[in-house]
Design a protein around this ligand. Sequence first.
Ligand code: FES
Length: 457
Amino acid sequence: RKSIDELVDVDIEGTVAREIFVDDELFEQELEHIFGRAWLFVGHIGLVPNPNDYFQSRMGTDPVILTRDKAGGIHVLLNTCTHRGMKLCRSDQGNTRTFTCPYHGWSFSTDGRLVSRPGGLYGVPGYEKNYHSELDKEKWGLIPVPRVETYKGTVWASWDIEAPSLLDYLGDMRLYLDYALDYRDGRPDGAEVIGGVQKWRVKANWKMIPENFIGDLYHDVSHRSVDSVGIGPSGKGRRDKFGNRVTLCFPQHGHGVIGQLPFYEEYEGVSGTWGDDAETREYHERIHHSRVERFGDRMRVSMSVGTIFPSMSFHGRQPRTIAWVHPLSATETEMWRIFLVDRDAPDSVKDQARRYYMRYSGPGGLTESDDMENWSYATRASTGWRSRQLQFNYQMGLGHARPVPELAHAVENGEYNEENARAFYRRWAQFMNADSWKEIPMPVGIGNRASTHREVR
Ligand code: FES
């Protein structure tokens, strides 16, 4: 077998072996080295707003439950009964005081404790009579994910206790997360999830999806049908195109975004793409000015879409959405999407966003349908004996990256290039080669620079 560095040669040859998109052994290694170590997005607090709310999520192929306990604390718990492994919670989302295992009836509270009610239906059935009150319930609670952090409504988790803090992990990419999450005034509870969680499966390798969102402007041609139909925010015309599009990435972290220059002349509210409704236009214009005030001296671009390594992508303007992927196998992936709107936006603004989401993103949206075809056919056409020996080409713009004046750890490389994808696979190789977090390079001084930024309210 080739080494990871032979499979991923993005700096000299600009190639990535197709093997990493189809191979079962490498997939197993990814589960441990990437999904077992990285910070993974597991949900939004808007999905668990009340005490004892829960939302079923995943980390790699492991099912987890995001819960809010009865005191309001947030937990991420492995969704498997500690007695004999039964999947404990099988509803997507809901509210419960306890999770009771359907197999033998052990019950767990929303903070993961194995509970006990002597003689009752709940707890450990037969605790006194059959276990002679000797079972150590403290030891047999649900397995908690050891590192959980929330950031402006988003919930992240890592299995690795040695992982850096979430803020260090995000680096300056955090600015763009702020841009998406602080849409109106920076309040952490300012956004709500509308329309539930959309979930669907794609017969494609998981990496193709965040790779697309991290910086692939070159695939414009795929969406010609979308432009013909006209699904801009107003429901008319082409997709949102304005200013100079550029990719920008944080190569040491493996994150990246697509955005438009210059930031100050962002289109929202000024170019008419929001249609004829006066209330909606006025709202977005106000948002635009508020964002210029809050981010203007730090942001290089007005962000449209980006990826946080390894599996979370998000759109910063409209549609304001988080799309994240759960690998099922080397060649199949489940995609989930949530859509965010400002909680106190006028109904007309929410309604317009809802319509845009339906026609633009998700399994019923035109852009997603276009891309799903690309990813699944590219995966299928790489599984054959001969085709899997080949490489994908990531040579566009190789050697032409330049520093970003506003951001110490970032580079940009014009409109059409594969800089961000190269950064993604370079980071992938670092994780795959490492035996622990100590061996994964992190930029020197990360976090320091972020802390010099003006704090967002
Ligand atoms: Fe859950 Fe036995 S497997 S109680």
